[in-house]
Design a protein around this ligand. Structure first.
Ligand code: FNR
Length: 345
């Protein structure tokens, strides 16, 4: 078996994430919002401010965790941070484990704080981390939040991946208790279910990024890094982002949700707010945009999304994002069947 260095793996992930296609049919298409002819709202009344873990955010959009940890990624993080600064987006770095092992790599993450000193930034580590590692990752970039990722399927399909998953809840509980900043637990594209939310709530987690199926697919990505297609039968493993949000319905308002995984456009974002999200995370679409279209075009795209979100809010009669939770939605197709089978309203 050929063992691959962590640095090479980071570069492989970037390369294949850019090639990865989203599912042709998105579960967001199963959600239909009910049009109103008399919304009684003006465009100028509609505001995009939100909050997460008590922190006010100028934009509800987040550039989700991707990279850092290989020298070539410093430039990518710099470009993403410029976009975040100009548009008011929050931004997460990729897993910082590489810099904990080799402090020389810390600069590939710190670049985002240097480029955007006043921005909201999120540290990122595996949930399988110690309190000390969590504190170091937060301090490394003066983070406002810490993301802990859960990626069991990805680890298992990676030949060099982890094989031990006991004790994660205890580790999460300890980090939540001792972290100097709010902790977000996130998936990486396989989504979550009510049983997982119950487990996370029981160890004190209140901020959750559902990171559902439908966008970047790490089983597909890992399959491209090896010969043969040993795991192609798992390409539809996990819960879609829409189903992950619906599975969380009974836990509002104890939990605050980030919707991510396969978000394609402002309509998907609005549907996420209707289903209870407070923040929207996007990873590969923003990476693809900065790498293929450039920083300036990406900034223009995000300004356009902000305006289109406000247009959609006007159409739906919602002056603020939380009012969107009152908008009636019809659930169709496979998502409806899932809800019926799981006894979800
Ligand atoms: C990721 N993602 C990720 N997540 C995480 O918590 N830590 C990480 O280090 C990484 N690394 C990473 C690298 C690359 C190249 C991509 C594209 C993604 C997962 C990411 O944050 C997100 O959960 C998924 O990509 C789903 O969102 P999109 O890409 O469908 O918008």
């Amino acid at each position: 078996m050929r063992l691959i260095s962590r640095e090479q793996r980071k570069l492989d992930h970037l390369k294949f994430a850019l090639q990865s296609n989203q599912e042709v049919r998105s579960a967001f298409d199963d959600i239909q919002l009910v049009h109103r002819s008399l919304p009684e709202v003006n465009l100028s009344d509609c505001k995009l401010q939100t909050s997460l873990g008590g922190k006010e955010l100028a934009s509800p959009l987040l550039i989700n965790a991707m990279t850092g940890g290989a020298y070539k990624t410093e430039e990518i993080n710099y470009r993403l941070a410029l976009v975040a600064k100009e548009t008011g987006l929050s931004m997460a770095v990729g897993s910082q484990k590489a810099a904990l092992n080799n402090p020389d790599l810390a600069r590939t993450y710190q670049v985002i704080r240097q480029a955007n000193p006043n921005g909201v930034v999120l540290a990122n580590l595996s949930a399988d981390s110690s309190i000390e590692e969590a504190k170091q990752a937060i301090a490394m970039i003066h983070a406002d939040f810490l993301q802990l990722h859960l990626n069991v399927p990805q680890e298992l399909v990676m030949p060099e991946g982890d094989r031990y998953f006991t004790g994660l809840m205890k580790k999460i509980q300890q980090i939540v208790s001792f972290s100097p900043v709010p902790v977000i637990v996130k998936e990486v594209g396989f989504g979550m279910c009510k049983e997982t939310y119950e487990q996370l709530l029981s160890v004190g987690v209140k901020l959750i990024d559902v990171a559902g199926r439908g966008g970047t697919n790490f089983i597909w990505v890992e399959n491209q890094r090896r010969e043969g297609q040993e795991y192609h039968f798992l390409y539809r493993w996990g819960q879609s982002t829409v189903i992950s949000l619906i599975e969380a319905q009974k836990f509002h308002p104890q939990m605050e949700l980030i919707s991510s995984g396969g978000i394609r456009n402002p309509l998907d974002m609005i549907k996420s707010f209707v289903l209870g999200a407070k923040v929207i995370g996007m990873a590969s679409p923003i990476l693809r945009s900065v790498q293929e279209e450039g920083v300036e075009t990406t900034i223009q795209t995000i300004h356009r999304w902000h305006e289109q979100l406000r247009i959609l809010m006007t159409m739906l009669g919602a002056k603020c994002l939380s009012e969107l939770q009152r908008v009636p939605a019809v659930i169709l197709g496979e998502t409806r069947e899932w809800c019926e089978s799981r006894g979800l309203d």
